[in-house]
Ligand binder design. Structure first.
Ligand SMILES: NC(=O)c1ccc[n+]([C@@H]2O[C@H](COP(=O)([O-])OP(=O)(O)OC[C@H]3O[C@@H](n4cnc5c(N)ncnc54)[C@H](OP(=O)(O)O)[C@@H]3O)[C@@H](O)[C@H]2O)c1
Length: 395
């Protein structure tokens, strides 16, 4: 009798908990449903995409030109990239020169778009802030010249373009798409400055979305995982530009030279280990690898190569960008592609459950390093990292 009662109680308890869980899920579902915001969808017009010489920008420009009723303004910096894009033969694609570090070139492109809008009575549909640079360094060794350039390109470049295009976007209820990164949810060692620039973009986008809400201007952030790209190879070129050297081809891995329309899969980095000796100089580069040896091990290199080998095609990002432009209910965030074979959407849910210490544990279990004061780098008079005079004597 007693046992029967306790069984009935347990059963009731289970049903009760189940019912509460279902009610909770239904309530959350309704809240989500009602939180969707509808925006106007423009049937034709102009889209501006920055950084179209390779990777996501190139694929997005081509995708929009071939599959959407829009005229794409695809920006590049170099003559050779203009030729590459022209060879795509997309009549809806206008290839223009724009360097985010040169405001005048940005203004020229905006003027061109404005004239085009007026002459053909076209609305400005969207600004896609895609162009960016990266260079993985431990923070201690990231040269300040490069760090500032990174922020100027990734953050202030997008910021300026938003300021310049907002009057046009306001006229026609256009949209803004920001290329951020999954690293904002899961920052990794050697990615400090890049992550900082993308977190800044995320913050800017969230504030902007609320600020522009009364104007019906949607702001969406794209958070891709790993995607085929040339970013790391290009960092070598940037290192060259900074140092005004001309021998960057020596450090390129084989087969990475030029984007080719029929050979695009070769445009990614294949996990090549860029050590930026170029930018730091032989001596400081070696010191960096000594101090942060656990980030430069063979296992670490292989792990990175494995992650890169599982990269997705930039097409998945291009599709998410087009959805953010054409969907009447655009998402505020698009998690696309994978990281190490796992969808970043799933990752983001999973990471949401973990605290910072658990996330730290997922990234690395480095052995505690011995402090070695004599190998502490100092900043030289230009603010860049150099090896201290006392260290040089010892060496
Ligand atoms: N690939 C990935 O796995 C990944 C993951 C997450 C997020 N993302 C983001 O996706 C976006 C595209 O990356 P991607 O992988 O396609 O890289 P990518 O192939 O290196 O393309 C970057 C583009 O930005 C341009 N650019 C660089 N500096 C510029 C400047 N000062 N002014 C104008 N354009 C400039 C480059 O032009 P040049 O050829 O002239 O240098 C290039 O066209 C970036 O915002 C990146 O942070 C990429």
């Amino acid at each position: 009798m007693h046992e029967h009662l306790s069984n009935t109680t347990t059963c009731c308890l289970c049903w009760g908990i189940g019912a509460i869980a279902v009610l909770f899920a239904i309530t959350i579902g309704f809240l989500y449903k009602f939180s969707y915001r509808k925006y106007p969808v423009l049937p034709n017009g102009i889209v501006l995409i920055t950084g179209c010489s390779s990777g996501i920008g190139l694929y997005t420009a081509e995708y929009i030109a071939r599959h959407c009723p829009y005229v794409g303004y695809a920006t590049v910096r170099k003559d050779r990239d203009m030729t590459t894009l022209q060879s795509l033969n997309c009549k809806n694609l206008r290839i223009v020169k724009l360097d985010l570090l040169d405001i005048q070139t940005c203004q020229n492109v905006i003027n061109q778009i404005h004239e085009h809008m007026e002459s053909e009575q076209l609305p400005f549909v969207a600004l896609i802030n895609n162009a960016a640079i990266n260079a993985p360094f431990p923070i201690e060794f990231h040269p300040i010249t490069h760090a500032k350039r990174l922020m100027d390109t990734n953050y202030f470049g997008s910021f300026h373009l938003i300021q310049m295009t907002l009057p046009l976007l306001r006229q026609c209820h256009g949209r803004i798409i920001m290329l951020s990164s999954f690293v904002t949810s899961f920052p990794v060692p050697k990615g400090g400055m890049y992550t900082a620039s993308k977190c800044a973009l995320d913050g800017l986008s969230d504030s902007l979305r609320r600020e522009l809400s009364p104007f019906d201007i949607s702001v969406s952030v794209i958070e891709p995982g790993m995607v085929f790209s040339q970013m790391n190879r290009k960092n070598e070129e940037i290192a060259d530009e900074i140092l005004q050297q001309s021998n960057s081809s020596e450090v390129l891995p084989q087969g990475q030279e030029i984007v080719h329309e029929h050979n695009r899969k070769h445009e990614w980095d294949s996990g090549h280990d860029y050590d930026y000796t170029h930018l730091l100089g032989e001596e400081v580069s070696q010191r960096m690898k000594d101090i942060y040896s656990y980030l430069y091990t063979n296992e670490e290199r292989q792990r990175f190569q494995r992650v890169v080998a599982k990269s997705d095609s930039p097409y998945c990002v291009a599709k998410a960008i087009v959805d953010a432009i054409t969907n009447p209910y655009p998402r505020t965030r698009y998690y696309v592609a994978n990281y190490d074979g796992i969808s970043v959407k799933m990752y983001s849910w999973f990471l949401w459950l973990l605290n910072d210490r658990l996330k730290d544990a997922i990234v690395y279990f480095p052995k505690k390093k011995q402090d070695n004061p004599s190998s502490t780098p100092i900043l030289d008079e230009t603010g860049n990292v150099s090896v201290s005079a006392s260290d040089k004597k010892k060496d």
